[in-house]
Structure formats: C-alpha cells, structure tokens
Design a protein around this ligand. Sequence first.
Ligand code: GLA
Length: 411
Amino acid sequence: MTIKKSFLIIPLMVVAFTVSAQQHFKPGEKISDKEFMNQALTPPMGWNTWSEFGCNVSASLLMEMADIMVSSGMKDAGYEYIVVDDCWQVGRDEEGNILPDPETFPDGMKPVVDYIHSLGLKFGLYSCAGSLTCQGRPGGRGYQFQDARQYAEWGVDYLKYDVCYMEGQDHEAAYRTMSDALKECGRPIVFSICEWGTSEPWSWAKGVGHLWRTTYDIAPLYYGQVNWGALGFMSIIDRQADLWRYAGPGQWNDPDILEVGNGSLTHDENITHFSMWAMSAAPLMAGNDLRIMSDEVKAILTNHDAIAINQDSLGNQAVRFLDMGDHEVWFKRLVNDELAMCFVNRSELPWKMDYNWKDTKIHHNYKTVDFSKQTYGLYDVWKHKDIGTTDNTLNQTIPRHGVLMLKLRPL
Ligand code: GLA
C-alpha cells in the first residue's frame, strides 16, 4: 500500500515541479532576482569557439564539438554549454530579426540548438552591447528585447555580451537593458557580461549578469601581455586576485576562456592554469580544439577533484594569503570545513618546499584557520592521493611554473 502510494506521489511531484518551474518563465513576465541568481549557483562550465576558431564558426563545427564533449567524458565531468562566439551573425531582416550566416548555418540556428539539447547539453551564443560586434557583425544595441525573444525561441541557454562599438553608451545602463530583456524573455538564460573590467562590473553587475569578465582578453601565455593587449593567465589572476569578495553563487568574476591545451603552454603551465581557475571559482570554458585534444590535456580538463573545488557550493574565490614573490600560497574555503590550498611556483627554477604547517595561521574574512590547533589530512589533487597530514612538515618540489594543489580535510 505504502509502496503504491509513493509511486503515485513521485510522478505527481515531478509534474507539479515542471509546471511551477515553467510558470516562472512566461514571455513578458519578469523573473525575480532570486530566480535569476539561481541560474548559475556554481561557475558555468562549457566550451567556447573564440580562442581556437575565431570567425571560423559553423553549425557543423558546433555539432562536432558537442559530440566530442560527450564522447570525451567532458560532459560527465560537468561541462555543459557549447558557446558560439563572434561571427555567427550576418545581418537583420526587414523586421530587425537577427540572421545567422546562411553559408555556415544553412538551416538556421534552431536545429543546431535542438541537436545540442538532444545530447543533454546546453547552448550559448555571443552578441554585443554596441551597434556592432568586435568583428563588425550586427550588435544588439536597440534590439535587446527582440533579440532576447529570438534567443528564447531558438532555445538559447547562455548569452555572452561584448562591449565593442559602444559609441558613448553607458556600460552599466547598456548591460542592465539586456539583463531586463533576458529576465522577461520567457526562458532562463545565463548572462555573461564581457565588459573587460573597464567600468568595474563587479561593483554593479550582481543580479544584472551571472558572470563578468574582469580584464581584457586572455592569451595562451603564462605571464605578460602580447602586442595587441591580450594577457597571460597569471597576469589575469594577479589583476583579479583582490576581487574575491564579489564572487559567490550566482555572481562570478570571469578571468576568460581557458587556454589549457593551446599555444605553447607546457604541461605544468596547463595544470597551473586549470588549478588557478578552479581555485578562483572561475567559469570553466574550455577553449581548445577538442578534435585534437591530447590525453594529457583531457586529463587536466576533466580532473574531477579540481572541478569539485571549482564547483564547491560555497562559491568562494581563493585568496593569495602568502606572497613571497616567486612563491605564493592560495587558499579557498570549501563546504564541510574543508579547504583547498595551492602552492604556486612562478619562478624559472624548481621550488624545494619545506612547509611547516604549525607556523601557519590564516585569518580571512573574519575567520581563522590555525594549523597548530587543528590537524588536516592532505590530498594531492593532481596525483589523486593522500600525502599525509598537517602534523608533519610538507617536503615537496614544485617544478618551474607549476603548482601543488591540495584539498585539506579536518581530522
Ligand atoms: C572580444 C572578447 C573576446 C571575443 C572577441 C570576439 O575581444 O573579449 O572574448 O568574444 O571579442 O570578437
């Protein structure tokens, strides 16, 4: 009898939940701030075309990448969004509707989105708050509500919104307009503000978007800047290190697409890059060509221990609590009183570490971790094994541009 009842109750609950979830997303009816924030309670994960494909985007490329996202195990590791960046759009029709390039998207956008959804993945696209995109394609200015309705019709789940050709528009106001349009388009769409940090979006974008770029573009480089202004990943991390207080569930600092597997980054640099993004609660948007991904790169991008730290439900962005020049120690508080710590070697030489936990007290955000009072078990996130406890000195050698990333569990 009891068993029969529960069989009945569960399907009823599912129906009730689906109906109530749909009710909150009616076209023309604005969703609440809470519903909006709930759309990205952990940092979004996916893949983006820009770094490796630039303007060479097409329906077939997106579908192929979606297939590999599944077959490579990336989907199982948590990657969700396939995002087409700039250059999918060519113009607008006489009614102002945005038009995908008929040569590269011969059947339009909808079948591509449907295909991606059929694999259990989500779909994202790119537009711009200015009159043109950064590559000179039609932008969103003046068409925000019309575009949002169109995206909802196609089944778009994520929008990256750039900041070129602003022609005097106030940045915050422009992003607020698009945010309003998305909030009443009838579909939950994650809003990725690509504003490069110029108007300090972390100070106004909570509740406007779910993530905001903190700097200009990333380059596949450990540190420094290339001639057109793009930054190495550690340079980006330096620039957003102090922004930890603005990150949390539904609100993420975005240090840009992952360059793991791109350019001439070494194995250790790829690991450091992924570790820093994981520690920073950064959106994890892979940017490599998945068709030629090596097993080594795949293992980095799908490291479930690092991803669990990135996706931790507290949503804390790591702080650099020890800066010794070439050597740094970062820490991030996790649920269940666990911690993540990352020892970073920025030098050109190996770091022969001799770390005495008993001397370490971390005061951060009105809380203290005192290793002389509490012992933690140490788990190496890249070797996937326990390496002792904080009762003993940590003796390790970290390679040039490498890290030691640990998860600590109170014993
Ligand atoms: C800007 C953005 C990049 C990318 C390009 C596309 O530079 O910051 O991430 O979207 O535009 O043109």
